[in-house]
Design a protein around this ligand. Sequence first.
Ligand code: GAL
Length: 824
Amino acid sequence: MNKRLITGICCFFLFSAVMAQRTEVLLEKGWKFFRGDISGAAHPGYDDEQWQAVTVPHDWAIYGPFDRDNDLQKVAVTQNFEKQASVKTGRTGGLPYVGVGWYRTTFTVPARKQATLVFDGAMSEARVYINGQEACFWPFGYNSFHCDVTPYIYKDGKPNTLAVRLENKPQSSRWYPGAGLYRNVRLLTTEPVCVPVWGTQLTTPHVSDKYASVRLRTEIANAGNKHIRIVTEIISPDGKVVAAKDNTRKINHGQPFEQNFLVDAPALWSPETPRLYKASSKIYADGRLVDEYTTRFGIRSIEIVADKGFFLNGKHRKFQGVCNHHDLGPLGAAVNVAALRRQLTLLKDMGCDAIRTSHNMPAPELVELCDEMGFMMMIEPFDEWDIAKCDNGYHRYFDEWAERDMVNMLRHYRNNPSVIMWSIGNEVPTQCSAEGYKVASFLQDICHREDPTRPVTCGMDQVSCVLENGFAAMIDVPGLNYRAHRYVESYNALPQNIILGSETASTVSSRGVYKFPVEKRAGATYADHQSSGYDVEYCSWSNVPDEDFALADDYDWTIGQFVWTGFDYLGEPSPYDTDAWPSHSSVFGIIDLASLPKDRYYLYRSIWNKTANTLHVLPHWTWPGREGENTPVFVYTSYPAAELFVNGKSYGKQRKLTASESKALQGKDSLALQRRYRLMWMDVPYEPGELKVVAYDASGKPAEEKIVRTAGKPHHLELVADRTRLAADGKDLAYITVRVVDKDGNLCPSDNRLVSFSVKGAGRYRAAANGDATSLDLFHLPKMPAFSGQLTAIVQSTEQSGEIVFEAKAKGLQTGIILLSAGR
Ligand code: GAL
């Protein structure tokens, strides 16, 4: 046990520098874990020698094994219009997240200090014990909470035993929730007079190019009747002090300590210019320095104008957003900054500028990255309120806990410039109850009370209910989930004169898999449990992307969309969710579970990315046995027109249709709308060889070309790393794309052979995934079959600097080797 004693400050949270008054330590190393329930585990004397040594963040369920019977649910998914209960396989990912788990570690606290534990998220029903005594209980697994452990710690500086019991009930989720201490745990120590957790509120009441006013309200715990002095400096993105205040007063009235500043010529925050300021405060009580606290913020204005739309810093824009679940594919729910950064980097290149944290509170690291990398966020707490979607879902806690959960979320993230909107819930069944608006208004009022600066939305799918019963009319920003055909009616019926696509598309596709004939179809299923990569398949409640593009283009009052989803996630394998094992992960993603973009990525990129051109052609061109058969070719491009050649023979030029041209085709061509956004050659007989697309710019000049060739025999493994230099911090990651290619480097697009990996030097193998929603291969074992010729292997740094050698081997192929390095 003593080995695990935390003797020093190993790692400091970014925004709390090393200071005598306040320390913040991440409790990462030296945890012990036991899967199951056990009596006495909370007590300091308990012998945990036999328990598994783990680091936190830790997701106990991601190591599998997958099993059809893990959380098998017999339910009618009413939001998908199901009337009768049926067996849902893989709904929560087929992973063993249900049950009890215990974690133990020790920590020390200097004498006379206050100690607080901050849990960024613990899945779920967390009971926190200090030295054998229960200090806190927090049921909701997605929320951050803090626990004042001062009364329970030893006063003589002895090591304290922290034990956490977690329990996940069966049927508590509609997707894979993860399990355990899957987010960071932080130990804060302060003086008794201090800024409490999330104790500042920073707003920018006036924003213009000339100047911004900045208002900082600082809460001080135990201020009593003392003279409080706060010296605050505002520090610009380039590190200069641009404003400062030194004020002394009493706050015995109970209000926070308020300071106001003017910042001239502010550098405004936006997705394109994610400029961040800091308010750095020193707090004195009766003349003694007691605390230092830094609040990071951005200066930006948000406004929603009826009939006109959304404005950021006075400029009109529409959300080009995606919804994401919290899991990180093969890493499970265990948060990792490098993995989040990888996701955001891919989304940024697609032109995505907004994220909805569906349907729960995010990890703080994600919000910080969105501040830094420039994404607007809609943060959403709940998938259900007082009425159940899942037998053991949050409804069990709603009455007692909803306000506390909301307050934590709002205080945690109200200073982050990336957050531009709160959502109070997703498709809650309460939307159809006669008095559902009262619950919505209770939650919306909490948002307004805690943060008067941001609008509130709610993802609504039961349009008839919410238009009729007053629910939609009282939400600041009415958000519709799907139901593209009811936007105009909703806009006309509602007083806000604005509609947000809070959740859109739910198009289904599997990377590199194409189905013939190419037809727009709802609920299409195939024997291989895949969906077509032509991006024409969707679920009965959803649609293909083009409808949402048209809504954005045709109406000022649509303020943009959040596509379901940016990334595939574990669980919810629609349309293969009803007794369709081994399907166990979603195929809604624009990017697959292995972080590999599907074709759809380039469709969004061609419309959303305004700074780089897109020219992408599909399908692949290796179809032995399809010779002479019709094999439509789609091109996703930012150029207005392109010409297709097969082995040098032109199949003609296509150009994107205008809105009225496409309307004129409606009823005659089932893909009429698609012709506004995609170039499609529907009659192309397959012949092996070369598929070439030449794109033409607006003046009709050839601007770019793309060639796809029929692959020859599989020859070697090609490796491409997203980054080759890692931080030697034991956490950094490289994502290595492994491709089965022929001797000339052409992808062998249906090769699914097993690949095994080895990592030597200053790194270790972390996980792999192939994006196949039916694959039961365990992510953490160093082998994985390719899917459509590709997979991703993830290498993690150690704390040693040096070279890392990653090797991928497969039968019949030349081995692939890539060198990485790790350093400080
Ligand atoms: C929505 C729901 C999402 C997800 C999606 C799948 O109705 O809000 O959580 O289930 O459907 O299409």
